[in-house]
Design a protein around this ligand. Structure first.
Ligand SMILES: Cc1cc2nc3c(=O)[nH]c(=O)nc-3n(C[C@H](O)[C@H](O)[C@H](O)COP(=O)(O)OP(=O)(O)OC[C@H]3O[C@@H](n4cnc5c(N)ncnc54)[C@H](O)[C@@H]3O)c2cc1C
Length: 424
């Protein structure tokens, strides 16, 4: 079968790889000049298989207002909010308040995470990928008693689901992460021992290269602008060369997979679908290490500033903020100041923050939280998008599941919680 994949982020690239390995002819269309330049560019680098959770959470709804009021708080919103922001917030509130939904979605996402860990392992074993990847576990810090109680509840669920983890007291936390400053508040931590790290951008480029070696065709600087139907059947995509805006051509294929990240929302109408995802903005700083001994060994989530700090080879990356401001690519200095403050408080002297690279990106967030993986309304259309905060983590599993679905196999993980039709 000839399959067209729209988008060469981490999700599109891994999907192309899974399909090509099964013997399909694959063409990937990407409007930018290389793979992985949009949201997959400089995310927190966590492969947090056992630390995933839905966006629409009753606890988050309670904390949202105090967080919005804090100067260094993790949640930001453009005032006045746009209509799109308000719609997204109302939908989020509705999902968060649906009894039992958060719990069911969290379990579904943890099952997807566990499968993704297996899929990543097989990718790493079979391909020579150089992406500063590691499997040193993920540590969530608790700087207050309330936060520690939250981690204990998380540990109980991980235990029930058979996901490897350990609760750590402060001394054990410092043993796992010797660079962590002893001056900061610390009541304990939860370590999800089989979680991992890695540079998502380098991984995506590595996968794209491996795909090309297997015969996958990448059309870069080419935008998918519409679809062609013959007798009601989806049969081709219309394309435009990005730089010149001309000339248009079309690409015929037997099946189509939408992996366009935050743009899937807008593009979905061509497929007579609704993808109600919203671009949730975040920021990162990536700095070369000065003193590796004082840097994180793996990756940590710090509840104090709500940031993630991750070791990526000879660099460290700190990431934070959940900002509802539409597609605004500005990087205000005050956001970066908070990220620098967070590093200085937990890992002082570890990295050269003066030469840090700043980045902003948009999480393609669904209003409930689970990604969208499944068949569209038309027989030859598939979606693998809406991965929100966890697209790097889920990419390997989501690619395999999409390929299983296209080949008419029973999927390794039930897809109902991820169905595109749940928004109808
Ligand atoms: C601050 C921040 C931190 C994060 N941290 C983590 C983390 O630690 N772990 C984790 O798992 N996830 C994390 N994420 C989320 C993760 O980065 C995303 O979920 C993931 O990158 C989404 O991948 P994608 O391939 O769906 O989208 P993208 O990487 O955005 O790729 C979509 C591609 O589609 C292309 N495209 C769109 N429309 C068209 C069109 N019409 N024609 C042609 N091409 C098109 C775009 O150019 C783009 O390259 C984070 C995100 C942010 C913002």
């Amino acid at each position: 079968m000839h399959i067209a994949v729209i988008g060469a982020g981490v999700v599109g690239a891994t999907t192309a790889q899974a399909l090509s390995l099964r013997g399909h002819k694959v063409t990937v269309i990407e409007r930018l000049g290389q793979a992985g330049l949009e949201t997959s560019r400089a995310n927190a680098g966590q492969r947090s298989y056992g630390s995933v959770y839905p966006w629409a959470s009753p606890a988050m709804i309670k904390k949202a207002l105090p967080w919005l009021m804090q100067r260094d708080g993790p949640l930001k919103m453009h005032i006045p909010p746009s209509l799109a922001t308000l719609r997204f917030l109302v939908a989020t509130w509705r999902y968060a308040m649906t009894p039992g939904l958060f719990d069911a979605n969290k379990r579904a996402m943890l099952r997807l995470g566990a499968y993704s860990r297996e899929c990543f392992q097989s990718l790493e074993e079979n391909l020579e990928l150089d992406f500063d990847g590691d499997r040193g576990g993920l540590i969530e810090l608790a700087s207050s008693e309330e936060s520690l109680q939250g981690l204990q509840a998380k540990a109980a669920l991980l235990h029930e689901m058979g996901i490897a983890h350990q609760l750590l007291d402060p001394e054990e936390t410092y043993e796992c992460e010797p660079g962590l400053a002893r001056s900061g508040p610390l009541k304990g931590a939860l370590q999800v021992t089989e979680d991992g790290t890695g540079d998502c951008h380098r991984f995506t480029q590595g996968i794209a290269k491996a795909c090309e070696a297997e015969g996958v065709r990448f059309l870069y600087e080419t935008e998918v602008t519409g679809v062609v139907r013959e007798q009601g059947r989806l049969c081709a995509l219309t394309l435009a060369a990005n730089a010149s805006g001309a000339p248009r051509e079309s690409l015929a294929a037997d099946a189509f997979v939408l992996c366009a990240g935050t743009d899937s929302n807008e593009f979905a109408s061509h497929f007579r679908l609704r993808v109600p995802s919203y671009p949730v903005k975040g920021y990162s700083l990536t700095a070369p290490l000065i003193d590796p001994e004082r840097a994180p060994r793996s990756t940590l989530v710090d509840d104090l500033y709500k940031v993630a700090a991750t070791r990526l080879g000879t660099r460290m990356r700190v990431t934070g903020f959940v900002e509802l401001a539409g597609y605004n690519r500005q990087i205000p200095e005050r956001r970066l100041a908070t990220l620098r403050k967070a590093i200085d408080s937990r890992f002082p002297g570890a990295a050269d923050l003066k030469s840090a690279e700043a980045w902003t990106g948009f999480r393609p967030m669904t209003p409930d939280g689970p990604p969208i993986i499944g068949a569209g309304r038309e027989r030859n259309l598939y979606l693998n998008t809406g991965h929100g905060t966890f697209g790097w983590t889920f990419s390997a599993a989501a690619a395999q599941l999409t390929a299983q679905l296209i080949d008419g196999e029973k999927t390794a993980v039930p897809l109902k919680p991820f169905s595109p039709q749940r928004f109808d």
